[in-house]
Design a protein around this ligand. Structure first.
Ligand code: PLP
Length: 380
């Protein structure tokens, strides 16, 4: 048999094999919810939230329906007012800018760092005006944004900080005094997503807010539940955003394996790093000194022929993804803000040059060897 015949199908994420490896526990957890029929706010929701809070060493985890809701609820909990400005990056998944717009706040974009794909903290102060109320750094691809200098700027200008932790839950930031904190627990509120392909993913939609601030936790929880603490008595206008009990039960099982999953991802990243390090046309993912990378994505910068490489790999049944093809300032939906091509050259460059290789918890060496060989072959 040739190499290709024994090769297991390569996917960007392999949720099926991951499930099969913990099937008994997952099935039992789901069946348990069904047997008790507490589908909404069943006891598993609180159990999972408490367990995640201990895992992250944070006081409060408030579960909600998805990571986009978590961001919206965070901004609502901070009581931002229409016209307030929110600083965030133009290069990420759309949620940050989307919810800012939905709440009639104004997104103000600050360029990202070319090596880390996260906010260029040195450019934040120039974007601050009298209307600026909040900064939303995004910990992209599994790596922390540079939080220590960011928090200093926020403090100096009296700004709230909401950390979009959807891609880096469990990654740690290291402060200059050597102490570490989980990302999402450094600013006023962290938000995350349990979308199936995230590092901690459920079998549908899910999300959470993370905070050490008891008042923000209470307010967020109230907003999630139609603005009420006592059923049918509404203190404020809220939304309906809940984590399903079945999803919470699944997440509570998977939380136990999270460290193992990170290790598996990091191992894959090391393999690629070693295999691809001599290819001149490729820039490997940067590993910052101030934190760890948990590799939600393994994203390369391909200096030349990115699209040709993608097609070449596709023809070898190797899927790849472009995260992200269009920065926010060039999205049709945000034309009202008056940005134009050229405003964020690094984001624009990366949109044209980035490519993410398959990375997940169940990849084997044969798959990694095959992918690496094909990438090398393309650049030979
Ligand atoms: C996935 C993701 C979100 C949104 O999460 P959903 O649960 O899909 O709403 C927000 N921000 C980032 C960076 C993400 O990757």
């Amino acid at each position: 048999m040739s190499e290709v015949d024994t090769l297991k199908e390569i996917r960007m994420v392999d949720l099926k094999t991951q499930y099969e490896n913990i099937k008994t526990e997952i099935d039992e957890a789901i069946q348990n919810v069904i047997d008790n029929t507490a589908f909404i706010n069943g006891p598993q929701v609180k159990t999972f939230a408490d367990n995640l809070a201990s895992y992250l060493h944070v006081n409060h985890v408030v579960p909600c329906a998805n990571g986009t809701d978590a961001l919206q609820i965070a901004l609502m909990a901070l009581d931002l007012q229409p016209g307030d400005e929110v600083i965030t990056v133009p290069y990420s998944f759309i949620s940050t800018a989307e919810v800012t717009n939905l709440l009639k706040l104004k997104p103000v974009f600050v360029e990202i760092n070319k090596a880390t794909y996260t906010i260029d903290v040195s450019k934040i102060e120039a974007a601050i005006t009298e209307k600026t109320k909040c900064v939303i750094p995004v910990h992209l691809f599994g790596q922390p944004a540079d939080m220590e200098p960011l928090m200093e700027i926020a403090k100096k200008h009296n700004l709230y900080v909401v950390e979009d932790t959807a891609q880096a839950l469990g990654a740690e930031y290291r402060f200059s005094d050597g102490t570490t904190k989980s990302v999402g627990t450094i600013g006023n509120i962290g938000t995350t997503s349990f979308f199936p392909s995230k590092v901690l993913g459920c079998y549908g939609d899910g999300g959470a807010l993370i905070t050490n601030d008891v008042e923000l936790a209470e307010t967020s929880k109230m907003i999630c539940h139609h603005g009420s603490k006592v059923k049918y008595y509404h203190k404020i206008v809220g939304v309906n955003s809940r984590l399903d009990t079945i999803q919470a039960a699944i997440l509570d099982v998977k939380l136990k394996y999270l460290d193992k999953y990170y290790k598996a991802r990091i191992k894959v990243a090391h393999y690629y790093d070693e295999a691809l390090k001599d290819i001149e046309q490729i820039e490997l993912p940067c590993k910052v000194a101030y934190g760890n990378h948990i590799f939600h994505q393994y994203s390369l910068t391909i200096k030349e022929n990115r699209d040709e490489l993608k097609e070449f790999l596709q023809n070898e049944n190797i899927p790849t993804m472009i995260y992200f093809p269009v920065p926010f300032h060039l999205q049709d939906a945000f034309q009202q803000y008056g940005y134009k091509m050229g405003d964020f050259p690094i984001s624009e460059y990366l949109a044209e040059h980035t490519l993410s290789l398959p990375i997940h918890t169940e990849m084997d060496e044969e798959q990694l060897g095959f992918i690496s060989e094909k990438v090398k072959e393309f650049f030979k």
